[in-house]
Ligand binder design. Structure first.
Ligand code: FMN
Length: 350
């Protein structure tokens, strides 16, 4: 299974290993540099089926920190294109990008909010800060919400031009889209708040706007938090219902993470702790899903796929430790996997 190809639109992944998006906080003005070129390039050398570039702000305020990646300018997209070209020309990997807006969780450094002067005024669906000690975010007007939808669309257009194979919309971890989804952070009384249909409207408008600039050669994923571990908050039943709507709106895969919207929420963490959410969404909404979270072993990843709990396995910290996990797994399982031809001699240890 791990080495069974899978197709999303015309994009075929050679294996089911995905490098999960991970902020590297290493950009100036949101621009990728040599660090990113080597960082993502090495995971392509490592045979990873799909590499997802870190959360990338669709506007300056969409970043978590000043050193996060951005894609609100052509210059930013051009630097990303260099990485995309390397991956396409030197490996079998596909490469995606996670489009994001931090909302009320922006303007930080070292996980602490910084001043407006050093950072920026944060935005949110409602004037509720993530933590009571933080500034009250600016509650977006309906027109400003529409402007954010356009920001995602423009960012997707640039990403397509740069050659990305997959766009992932970041709807998880308490960032702007998740803030709209949750009744605990969204207490609006207009068409973007209140009922489930109204709270998911922002995300669905983004999905539709992004899909307008995609075709069969770029697939669309959405990352969500399966639950936010809070009473009366966003929960797994809401996620299943959302996944059904996403499928109707031509989303190819739901990448299932959890948490991030409620400060102090208790998260029971254990190996593969988010896999059950992926499984429930996959089986009850009949959508393709990705599982993520404390997946570190080849046989563990294989079992998740064999059990029908997910279609892709996203790995984050383990692939930072071991960029070659996909190749290594293929050696262990006697499966085919891309390995740079320059490295062929390493296939035989004697
Ligand atoms: C350094 C670091 C940065 C991260 N940045 C992002 C991000 O940009 N977008 C996102 O959706 N998740 C982000 N995450 C979460 C990971 O994608 C992943 O969901 C999480 O680490 C659990 O997987 P793991 O146990 O394999 O590390 C980040 C995680 C780490 C460790």
């Amino acid at each position: 299974m791990l080495y069974t190809p899978i197709k999303f639109r015309n994009i075929e992944l050679k294996n089911r290993w995905v490098m999960s998006p991970m902020c590297m906080y290493s950009c100036e003005n949101g621009i990728a540099n040599d660090f990113h070129f080597v960082h993502y390039g090495s995971r392509a050398q490592g045979g990873t089926g799909l590499i997802v570039v870190e959360a990338t702000g669709v506007e300056p305020r969409g970043r978590i920190t000043k050193h996060c990646m951005g894609i609100w300018s052509d210059e930013q997209a051009e630097k990303l294109q260099r990485i995309v070209n390397f991956v396409h020309e030197n490996s079998d990997s596909k490469i995606g990008i996670q489009l994001a807006h931090a909302g009320r969780k922006g303007s930080t450094w070292n996980n602490k909010q910084i001043s407006i002067e050093e950072g920026w005024e944060t935005i949110a669906p409602s004037s509720i800060p993530y933590h009571p000690s933080e500034r009250i975010p600016h509650a977006l007007s309906a027109d400003e919400v529409k402007k954010q939808v356009q920001n995602f669309k423009e960012a997707a257009k640039r990403a397509v031009k740069a050659g990305f194979d997959i766009i992932e919309i970041h709807g998880a971890h308490g960032y702007l889209i998740h803030q709209f989804l949750s009744p605990l952070s969204n207490i609006r009384t207009d068409e973007y708040g209140g009922s489930f249909e109204n709270r998911i409207r922002f995300l669905i408008e983004i999905v539709d706007a992004v899909n307008e600039v995609l075709n069969e050669n770029t697939a669309l994923f959405v990352r969500i938090s399966g639950t936010e571990y809070a009473e009366s908050g966003w929960d797994i039943e809401s996620s299943v219902a959302l996944a059904k709507v996403l499928k109707e709106h031509d989303v190819d895969l739901v990448d299932v993470s959890s948490g991030g919207n409620i400060h102090g929420a208790k998260i029971p963490v254990f190996d593969g702790y988010q896999v059950p959410f992926s499984s429930q969404i996959k089986n009850q909404a009949s959508v393709k899903t990705g599982a993520v979270g404390l997946i570190t072993q080849v046989d563990q990843a294989e079992e998740i796929l064999q059990n029908g709990d997910a279609d892709l396995v996203f790995i984050a910290r383990e692939i930072l430790r071991n960029p070659y996990i996909a190749v290594q797994g293929s050696f262990e399982m006697n499966e085919e996997c891309f390995f740079p031809h320059q490295y062929t001699r390493a296939k035989i240890s004697t």
